[in-house]
Every structure is written in C-alpha cells, then in structure tokens.
Design a protein around this ligand. Structure first.
Ligand SMILES: NC(=O)C1=CN([C@@H]2O[C@H](COP(=O)(O)OP(=O)(O)OC[C@H]3O[C@@H](n4cnc5c(N)ncnc54)[C@H](OP(=O)(O)O)[C@@H]3O)[C@@H](O)[C@H]2O)C=CC1
Ligand SMILES: Nc1nc(=O)c2c([nH]1)NC[C@@H]1CN(c3ccc(C(=O)N[C@@H](CCC(=O)O)C(=O)O)cc3)C=[N+]21
Length: 284
C-alpha cells in the first residue's frame, strides 16, 4: 500500500497561517515585500518566479522583480544589490541562481544583507543553518522537504535517511536540516559506490540529482518514504522528477509526485521567510 503525499495541502495550510500574519502586519501599516533579482530569462528562473509571485500575491506580500540584462557587469549587479540592502521597504531579496559566469557568486554572497537573504546565499545564514540557529534563513527547497515530512507525520528522529545529491542548493542543506532533526543521514553523490544498496537500506530517500526518472525501485527499500526534489523536462517536454515514479510507487509507503510535490511547497517557504524577515526587521 502506498500514499501519494502532495505538496498542495502543505502549501495551503501554510498560506492560511501567513495570510493572517500579514493581515496583522498590515493593520500596523507594515507591508512585507519581496524583491527578486533576475539576470536574463532562464526558463528555470521564470518558472520559479511565476510560482513565487503567485504565492506572494495570494498571501498579500508585495513583490518586485529587478530584471537585469544578461551582460550586466559585476559592478552594476552589486550596486543594484546594495541599493536593495539599503531600501527599508524591501524585507527579502531572492537572487536567482546560478548567476551567469561573469558574475562571481563568491563575491555576491558577501554583499547580500543576511537579514534580507531569504534563500541562504550569505555565509552567515549557511553558518546559522549548520548551528541550528533559528534566527537565520535556511534555503527554501530543503526547508520544504522537512515541512512535507512533518506535515504528513513522518518520524524523522533516529531514522536512517539517504540524500541523493550534495549541491549547496538542495543536497547538503537538506542533509544538515535533517541532522538537526536528529536523523542519521547519509549523503550520496556521483562518486558514491554501490549507491543503490546504500539507498535501499534507508527509511527515507530524498532524491536531488537532476536526472529525470534516474532512481528506480532497486534504490528503494520496502515501505520507505520517498521524497522527489528533482524538476526535469523529459523528451516529451513533460515535467518529471529524479524518481521513476511508476517504477517505485508500489514499493514505497509514501511518495511525493512531480509536479505537485516539493516544488509547490518551496514558494510557501519563501513567503514564510519574507514574513519572518519583515517581523525581525520591525523588531516584532
Ligand atoms: N523543487 C524545487 O523547488 C527545486 C528543485 N530543484 C531540482 O533538484 C534537482 C537537483 O538540483 P541541484 O542540486 O541544483 O543539482 P546539481 O546539478 O547542482 O547537483 C546534482 C547533485 O547530484 C549528484 N549526482 C548527479 N548525478 C548523479 C548520479 N548518477 N548518482 C548520484 N549522484 C548524482 C551530483 O554529484 P557530484 O556532486 O558528485 O557532481 C550533485 O551533487 C534538479 O532536478 C533541480 O531542478 C532545484 C532547486 C529547487
Ligand atoms: N536562489 C534560487 N533558489 C531556487 O530554489 C531556484 C533558483 N535560485 N533558480 C531557479 C531554480 C528552479 N526552481 C524552481 C522551483 C519551482 C518550480 C516550479 O515549477 N514550481 C511549480 C510547482 C512544481 C511542482 O508542482 O512540483 C509552482 O511553483 O507552481 C520550477 C523551478 C527554483 N530554483
């Protein structure tokens, strides 16, 4: 028996709570605001932008997109970022990644104000995440994974969790967040040997490798919980995850779909971070 665990109920429950919180802020003449910095028009970025703007609008969060040309200089990029850091009306800044090659993320990450860094680009927020300091902002997608597990009452404490992928965007932070929730975490990557054996021993498998339908039933133990973070486009232009859903679904006890899974919760976490940043900046 398996249960398909969808993102929408998680996102909807979070939204309801956020709508009320924003109403309270607005009654005090405080208007939470997100500013997105997008360089160029990558389809990935545009997909996320559409979801984020829609979600914020529903919740009552103001939004603005600063669209910079593909050939924007590093100097102009940083100038724009500093302007937003100094703008008291902007509570959260989201910079789409990856940035073009000529803009050095290693410099940008030290420029964004940690108080407005709602998707964990700043090393200050990375440090807070490692320490489990709740005043920071862990990245939205890994936080969405933890939120889904908690929403569906999946035990995390003491469980063996295998994370497939070790990027700074998903794999590494999700492993740290789950470690902070008292799981025993194993992180696998492209150099891991016998990855299917390791993965199939886990109580919970989290896939974030960026390869469409790569993970088959031999990666999944009987009754494991399977969380699919992947967003890929297949040969038929259809969105699919890193998990081969049809191949795995009967073996898993719970499994997230793509679309309709983790991706749909990511934008709610972003909205939650904006409200949190806004409150912190207003000493509430
Ligand atoms: N739902 C959402 O909101 C979001 C979804 N995503 C999606 O999540 C997925 C992962 O994204 P991201 O982390 O940025 O991707 P990256 O390409 O940055 O990282 C992929 C990771 O997977 C590992 N990997 C690649 N191939 C294999 C393999 N065959 N076996 C084992 N490990 C492998 C890589 O290992 P190594 O380090 O050794 O190279 C790397 O650590 C993508 O599909 C992306 O679209 C991303 C952001 C948000
Ligand atoms: N700093 C930064 N953080 C990111 O997390 C980040 C980024 N930059 N750059 C771009 C990629 C890509 N990405 C997507 C997220 C959701 C959808 C998506 O399609 N979401 C749908 C739901 C998809 C589903 O249902 O699974 C929605 O919001 O409605 C797509 C792409 C985030 N990224």
């Amino acid at each position: 028996m398996n249960t398909i665990i969808k993102g929408k109920p998680v996102a909807d429950r979070m939204s309801e709570k956020l709508i009320k919180e924003v109403e309270v802020l607005k009654s005090k003449s405080i208007n939470p605001k997100l500013t997105i910095i997008r360089v160029g028009t990558r389809p990935d970025d545009l997909a996320y932008e559409k979801g984020a703007l829609g979600r914020c609008k529903k919740i009552g969060i103001e939004t603005e997109v600063v669209e910079l040309p593909e050939d924007v200089t590093q100097k102009d990029f940083v100038k724009e970022l500093k302007r937003l850091n100094d703008d008291d009306l902007v509570n959260g800044i989201l910079i789409f990644r990856p940035l073009p090659n000529h803009i050095d993320e290693g410099i940008v990450k030290y420029e964004i104000s940690p108080e407005k860094d709602v998707d964990c680009l700043s090393p200050i927020n990375v440090g807070k995440m490692i320490e489990g300091d709740k005043t920071g902002f862990p990245p939205c997608t890994p936080t969405a994974v933890v939120e889904i597990l908690k929403h569906y009452n999946v035990d995390i404490q003491g469980k063996n969790i295998v994370v497939l992928g070790r990027s700074m965007v998903v794999g590494k932070p999700v492993a740290l967040l789950l470690l902070n929730e008292d799981a025993t975490v194993t992180v696998c990557h492209s150099k891991t040997k016998e990855i299917d054996k390791i993965s199939s021993n886990a109580d919970i498998v989290i896939a974030a490798i960026g390869r469409g339908r790569f993970v088959k039933e031999n990666f999944v133990g009987e009754s494991a919980v399977v969380i699919d973070v992947g967003i890929n486009i297949d040969e038929d232009e259809k969105m699919c995850g890193d998990i081969d859903f049809d191949n795995v679904k009967d073996k898993a006890s719970m499994i997230t779909p793509v679309p309709g899974g983790v991706g749909s919760v990511t934008t709610s976490i972003l909205a939650k971070h904006i409200v949190k940043a806004c409150k912190q900046q207003n000493n509430l």
